[in-house]
Write a protein that binds this ligand. Structure first.
Ligand code: DGJ
Length: 542
């Protein structure tokens, strides 16, 4: 443990390498990829783990780089290290087979000039269920590129996931994009990951009712899905397990035969086919340049049935279907616009899914949502939506939180997946009700920490156990008390509490705290309206 402490506080500077893409080129490092550390999945960039402190641009901001250019300083001021940016099928393949990547090339150059990494979002066949980003030559040739249909046969602007011409056209364009990225970024590594499509799903009905969809729906459930269910029977998400069980746990049969009749089965059927389509697109891209790839989901309001929400996307109850159908997709990601952030992040780490939050509602709460996703769930990264809309970036709590997380990155990445990090923020229900009762957490094995939230809007903390009796506590608006949980003397005392900061991975004490700042040794307090780090050493007495 002492060794780990020394590693984090002194040796951690090895992680704090100059992060710029130019340095990557000189080092000739492997392309960005995912790897496991303990129970966590880490994004490795230029040979070191990387924490995405991100923000996603509004949908149309990257359609013109002249429009986008003035925003880069703001993104830097927010302490982002990564921007999530759409690439639009309609713009990169304006006529069939003619690709125009000048905008993508310039985007990469602009990002590098701002020392920023990118996650690209492929706005291909689907964007928030619809096919609005399909090129004109696709939209206007419905005979060749068929759409889904509602029950009464009304047309929908949703490309059918069942049609080979559709997936072939999308996969060809995506493959060309990835080929281009390999050519222009294969050594720079400005682009870290790629999102395949955007918020895939069906609305306002749970499934396509075209003749083609109906005929496929009447066929047997594909064998690979049934094999997956049987192989992973004990690890399936409870929702799918229950649905399969309640229809007798059959290992062959039609969709309705295996899963029962109803909207949920319509959704399962669509999920399988959407995921197969996304798999073909992702695999085509990875064949050129195998960056990590993910899909994102619009979430569900309480009580809504399939069809009322964007159904069949990579939702928590469909994780297994997406996994079985799309092995080239590395993770399923939530777009968290609802207030119950804690609940949704918890649902997206089930079945070992690595957490990455590509979109979340931009607000002052984003500052502590970032701490929570990273501290409680080893998230690869976090990113509020329409990030360029922030006014006065220097004053936004997110800037302070990201600055803190950047300092802490070596320590965070060093302990991810090893059970030595946690976080606490108030739990908020879907209707906005805040439960800010104190929370008791244990990390490091010897002490329980009770986190009390101050009466202020933004509060929360991330805690790292450097050793059983030593902690980094970072965040804002919390008070922390301690109690032993292992055999020995029953009372926890504060041996030392230092406020400080990490500079290039090395701890620097700003001031020793005691007296009023620790309530004369009774607690640790991170003041509201500020983001700070304290390094705390405990002891035990009778
Ligand atoms: C989620 C989508 O993924 C984004 O592209 C954008 O449409 C937002 N919703 C708007 O809130």
């Amino acid at each position: 443990m002492k060794h780990l402490l020394r590693f984090l506080l002194v040796g951690a500077c090895v992680f704090a390498r100059p992060g710029g893409p130019a340095a990557a080129q000189q080092r000739g490092a492997a392309i960005p990829h995912l790897t496991r550390q303990g129970t966590a999945t880490q994004l490795i960039v230029d040979g070191s783990p990387f924490l995405v402190l991100g923000g996603e641009l509004g949908n149309s901001s990257a359609s013109s780089l002249t429009y986008l250019r003035p925003f880069w300083p703001k993104l830097r001021a927010l302490h982002l290290n990564t921007v999530l940016v759409p690439v639009y099928w309609e713009l990169v393949e304006p006529s069939e087979g003619r690709f125009e990547f000048a905008t993508v090339d310039t985007l990469l150059a602009d990002a590098r000039a701002s020392n920023m990494r990118l996650v690209l979002l492929w706005f291909g066949s689907w964007k928030n269920s619809m096919s609005s980003y399909a090129p004109t030559w696709v939209k206007t040739n419905q005979a060749r590129f068929p759409r889904t249909e509602a029950t009464k046969g009304e047309g929908q602007e949703i490309l059918s996931p069942f049609v080979t011409a559709n997936v072939d056209a999308d996969a060809k364009a995506f493959r060309a994009l990835m080929r281009r990225l390999r050519a222009v970024d294969g050594t720079h590594h400005t682009v870290l990951m790629v999102q395949v499509e955007n918020e895939i799903g069906m609305i306002p009905e749970a499934r396509d009712h075209s003749a083609l969809a109906d005929s496929l729906f009447a066929q047997p459930v594909p064998q690979p899905l049934l094999a997956y269910l049987q192989q992973h029977r004990d690890a399936l998400t409870p929702e799918l397990h229950a649905r399969w069980d309640s229809s007798g746990g059959k290992t062959s049969g039609t969709w309705e035969g295996v899963f029962g009749k109803g909207l949920h089965t319509d959704e399962l059927f669509m999920a399988w086919h959407f995921a197969r389509y996304a798999e073909r697109v992702a695999a085509a891209g990875k064949a050129e340049y195998p960056l990590p790839m993910f899909v994102n989901a619009a979430l569900i309001r309480p009580g809504y049935l399939p069809g009322r929400y964007v159904s069949a996307g990579p939702l928590p109850h469909l994780i297994d279907v997406w996994r079985a159908a799309a092995p080239s997709i590395d993770l399923l990601a939530p777009d968290i616009y609802f207030p119950n952030f804690v609940e949704w992040t918890g649902k997206y780490v089930r079945s070992g899914n690595p957490l990455f939050v590509p979109e979340s509602r931009l607000s002052e709460q984003s500052a502590v949502h970032a701490l929570y996703a990273i501290g409680a769930h080893d998230a690869i990264g976090f990113s509020p939506f329409v990030i360029e809309s922030v006014d006065e970036p220097e004053k936004h709590p997110l800037a302070r939180s990201y600055e803190l997380l950047a300092q802490l990155s070596p320590a965070i990445l060093g302990v991810q997946g090893r059970g030595m990090m946690t976080a606490a923020i108030p739990r908020v229900a879907f209707d906005g009700t805040v439960d800010d009762a104190p929370q008791r957490v244990t990390v490091g094995g010897s002490f329980a920490l009770t986190v009390t939230f101050e009466k202020t809007d933004v509060r929360g903390g991330l805690i790292i156990a450097l050793a059983p009796d030593e902690f980094l506590i970072a965040g804002t608006g919390i008070v922390v008390t301690f109690a032993p949980v292992s055999p020995g003397d029953p009372i926890a005392g504060i041996l030392s509490a230092d406020e400080g900061r990490f500079v290039k991975g090395r701890w620097q004490t700003i001031r020793r705290l005691n007296g009023d700042q620790t309530h004369q040794g009774r607690h640790i307090r991170l003041e509201p309206n500020d983001f700070s780090i304290q390094r705390v050493k405990l002891y035990r007495h009778r």
